[in-house]
Design a binder for this molecule. Structure first.
Ligand SMILES: [Zn+2]
Ligand SMILES: [Zn+2]
Length: 294
């Protein structure tokens, strides 16, 4: 399990947009493609020696929902993967609307695709690598090959959304995507080896403006709720991601200007989140960082 991006919509240089990879032997299965996904995949090759994550080798991807923080790396995955050497169509599975998003994405880049594949194009020897087979999914088994079975389960977020369970020969991994706490996640994990789940600190929630607090309460999970959920789901390891935290100081000085990561400093610290969960949950857990491998 490789964490390629553990971030949120916040443009935090340490925390790329949400993206995780399940790696089985030399095959990689991507979940979400937030901004920065391809560069983090290459970093996993160079820094962690996980050659399965060579950008050209990213051929199968799953997306939990269509929020921009989880999909802003989509053209990067399609087009950089192609120019890096992928010669076959990308297979992508996700909620209703994925096919339409894919069609529009390819339309938006038609000039690039045309000029790379015409008689003088630099990719004319690989005329199919830009193609995408996008599959709109429902709950249940959505993918199976010799190495993994992937089961989608519904989550509770602002739009059609899913979490995924991966069953491999030696491990089971569940990834929540963005969601408020749900029985479906507990059922999907049920003693799984690894549960990757979003959370936000209570400390942060208390400081949010009203409309954002209401959105968060409906569509996301607090540290307290995650602790209760994990106690029922009983994962071997809980990895917390997509948390509104930063390893940077709340405010840092660049030249003479103070710089904050988010308007109004709307993030918490890893330390606070760690303590909030540890005081309520006795199982094994970590706060995930980009390029962590489990
Ligand atoms: Zn979302
Ligand atoms: Zn998100």
């Amino acid at each position: 399990m490789v964490l390629l991006g553990t971030g949120t919509p916040v443009p935090d240089p340490d925390r790329s947009g949400p993206a995780s990879a399940v790696v089985v032997d030399d095959s990689a299965y991507l979940v979400d493609f937030g901004p920065g996904v391809i560069r983090r995949a290459k970093a996993a090759v160079l820094d962690r020696h996980i050659t399965a994550l060579e950008p050209a080798n990213l051929k199968v991807a799953f997306v939990t929902h269509l929020h921009s923080d989880h999909t802003a790396g989509y053209p990067d995955l399609i087009l950089t993967g192609w120019t890096a050497g992928r010669r076959t169509a990308l297979e992508v599975y996700g909620p209703t609307g994925l096919r339409s998003m894919t069609d529009h994405m390819l339309q938006a880049y038609r000039v690039d695709i045309e000029t790379r594949t015409n008689s003088e194009g630099d990719q004319r020897g690989s005329p199919d690598g830009w193609k995408v087979n996008a599959h709109d999914i429902k709950s249940g088994v959505i993918y199976k090959d010799g190495k993994v079975t992937v089961t989608a389960f519904p989550t509770t977020h602002a739009m059609d959304s899913y979490g995924f369970r991966f069953d491999t020969p030696d491990r089971s991994v569940v990834i929540s995507g963005d969601t408020s706490p749900t029985e479906e996640t507990i059922k999907a994990c049920n003693g799984c080896d690894v549960l990757i789940h979003e959370a936000r600190a209570l400390d942060l929630l208390a400081r949010l403006p009203d409309e954002r607090r209401a959105f968060g309460a409906k569509n996301h999970t607090t540290s307290e709720q995650l602790a209760a959920l994990a106690a029922k789901a009983r994962p071997g390891l809980l990895i917390v991601y997509h948390a509104w935290i930063s390893w940077w100081p709340p405010e840092t000085v660049s030249g003479t200007q103070p710089v904050t990561l988010t308007t109004g400093r709307l993030h918490s610290t890893p330390d606070v989140l760690q303590k909030e969960i540890a005081s309520r949950y006795s199982g094994n857990f970590v706060i995930g960082r980009d390029l962590d491998v489990y």
